[in-house]
Design a protein. Sequence first.
Length: 119
Amino acid sequence: MDTSLFERLGGEQGIRNIANDVVDLHRVNPVISARFAQSDVSALKESVATFFIAGSGGPQVYTGPDMRSAHQSMNIADNEYMAAVDDVMQALSNNGIGDAEKAEVLYIFYNLRPDVVGV
Ligand code: HEM
């Protein structure tokens, strides 16, 4: 059987490191940082980590809202979506994740786009 994306992203600790980096990059990305000005950073990191762990085949259960509900009424624009995806790709690179896994993550994020942009 193929190794799950969860394992190839470094398991729970690897994904927690990636999620922490994603949130830190969002908070300094000039296109989207204002969106996170009021965030409870550690709670957001925990939620993003469990979302990634559950979505990549890991054991953790994600108990947060679905992506449409989480981004409802934010009116997120295409350029903000691209900025967020850039941060995710950067965080993967920073954690030594290879191109094949980055492509898989990109595909998952692309499929979530209709639930996040303009909802
Ligand atoms: C496919 C792309 C995306 C995914 C998978 C994603 C994932 C998530 C997750 C898991 C949460 C936490 C939900 C919760 O626990 O309440 C969240 C919250 C949030 N997301 Fe996204 N997101 C995406 C794109 C974006 C974009 C493009 C923006 C806009 C720049 C954005 C802005 C936010 C904000 C402002 C929050 C709430 C933060 C807070 O509660 O402090 N997201 N997102």
